[in-house]
Ligand binder design. Structure first.
Ligand code: MN
Ligand code: MN
Length: 454
């Protein structure tokens, strides 16, 4: 159904909507990093009968398995009736979110404070990340290969950290600067402590912080050289609005589409076509690296599955990919009544109006966009209408206003049909983003109907 308020559909079934969203709130509250998303995904997959692909000797209709790489990207599969070469139905989302990462030599002392240097990850408005409670979440890998999970700030009884900003009373000069310069990137330094270590002469506050880390995690300062510690907004996702119709939380982009895509594949059995849900890292910095969508991880995974069916030719792999269809499950910019001027109101995404199809994202002359084929969009309209799925279409803001990218074009390179389909978000890339619970629930149903019926 095109451009209808999903409220009408669910007004008698709000309990379902709310309980589904409780599951989602737990997911984003626990999974503040891509590694934690992969860990939780494996747990949920196992609970739903999925096994590690490398435990399988052969493949049969209805088999459910996952392939994971480097603890940061994962693909889940449910084998369908049709030959794999006839193509798969793929949902792809990213599980990385904007944040700050501790530098490799992070900790220093200055004017009786211990601080940590960071480098921000993804597109952020730096001024939004100061004076809020932050957590340190990630891993430290020691020289012997042992991986130590670090999590400070997520437990209610934990301390939090944060980045300071200048008091307004002394901000005459700062307030004359443009918003992009108010907080320089190099000033996004996290305050770690202010107590000195007793009997320590030099950098006693830093020494005390290192001592605390040594006692808690058995790590030395040098171990930060091989660490991935992400500085993320602290605390759980919360209901937003007096009517609890929305969720405020960190990382909706794109964990909201990751969770709904994941739930969709967990809930299907013996589909016609083989179904896949792939969750990738590094989208926010251009889908680069070994765990980003541009890596060969996904292609290699398909080759491995084909090899178990004794299909080892390059042509088999190419056919499987070319004949596949994909929803690039990524969020859309929700229409904000406080900033109507950045959107063309009839081609904007509204919270509560269902899943959003973006034929193209991109910027300026659609640069960097996938620009989905109308034949494919027609098929999707047909499936969505046939299964009572409410959807809307949108682009990312007014022409010449800005733009953005997703992983859609990368899978499009295989000559497969791909379109961006996701959930509208307010405050995108801010420490706290907003989604509508109705859209979350509707996206889950949309993804499921795509897997089963396209
Ligand atoms: Mn995204
Ligand atoms: Mn993003």
């Amino acid at each position: 159904m095109y451009a209808k308020n999903v409220w009408e559909k669910y007004k008698d079934r709000l309990e379902d909507v709310m309980s589904f969203n409780e599951g989602y709130k737990n997911f984003i509250s626990q999974c503040k990093t891509e590694r934690l998303c992969v860990k939780e995904t494996i747990k949920l997959a196992k609970d739903n009968g999925f096994v590690d692909f490398y435990e399988l000797k052969e493949i049969h209709l209805g088999d459910k398995f996952y392939i994971e790489s480097m603890n940061k990207t994962i693909a889940l599969f449910v084998i369908g009736e049709k030959d794999l070469e006839e193509g798969m139905h793929i949902l792809g989302a990213h599980i990385d979110s904007p944040r700050m990462d501790l530098k490799q030599n992070p900790i220093y002392e200055k004017n009786h404070f211990a601080l940590a240097d960071t480098h921000y990850y993804g597109g952020i408005k730096k001024y939004q990340w100061v004076t809020i409670p932050l957590s340190l979440v990630g891993v430290v890998v020691k020289k012997d290969g042992s991986i130590i999970d670090v999590n400070i700030g997520e437990n209610e009884s934990d301390p939090v950290v944060g980045i300071s900003d200048l008091l307004v009373h002394l901000s005459a000069d700062q307030l004359k600067k443009s918003a992009s310069e108010v907080i320089p990137g190099e000033n996004l330094d996290v305050t770690l402590g202010s107590f000195p270590l007793e009997d320590e002469e030099k950098d006693a506050v830093k020494a005390n912080v290192l001592n605390i880390l040594k006692n808690k995690y058995d790590i030395e300062e040098e171990d930060f050289l091989s660490a991935e510690i992400e500085v993320v907004p602290s605390g759980r996702a919360r209901d937003y609005g007096l009517d609890r119709s929305m969720i405020m939380g960190y990382g909706h982009d794109d964990r909201v589409c990751a969770y709904t895509s994941l739930k969709a594949i967990l809930d299907i059995d013996s589909p016609k076509y083989t179904c896949c849900c792939v969750l990738v890292d590094k989208e926010e910095i251009g889908s680069v690296g070994a765990t980003g969508a541009q890596s060969l991880f996904f292609e290699n995974s398909i080759a491995e599955i084909l090899a178990l069916q004794n299909k080892t030719s390059l042509l088999s792999l190419r056919k499987t990919l070319m004949n596949s269809k994909m929803l690039s499950s990524d969020v859309s910019a929700g229409f904000d009544p406080l900033f109507p001027e950045v959107n063309d109101s009839k081609n904007a995404a509204y919270l509560g109006n269902g899943i959003v199809l973006n034929k193209y994202t991109g910027s300026r002359g659609k640069s960097g966009s996938n620009d989905a084929n109308p034949e494919f969009i027609a098929d999707i309209r047909n499936v969505f209408d046939g299964h009572d799925i409410y959807f809307q279409t949108a682009e990312l803001g007014k022409v010449d206003q800005g733009g953005g990218g997703t992983i859609a074009y990368i899978l499009g390179n295989y000559n497969m049909n791909v379109i961006d389909a996701g959930i509208a978000v307010l405050n995108m890339h801010a420490p706290c983003e907003i989604v509508s619970k109705l859209d979350v629930y509707e996206a889950y149903h949309a993804y499921k109907s795509f897997l089963l019926y396209i």
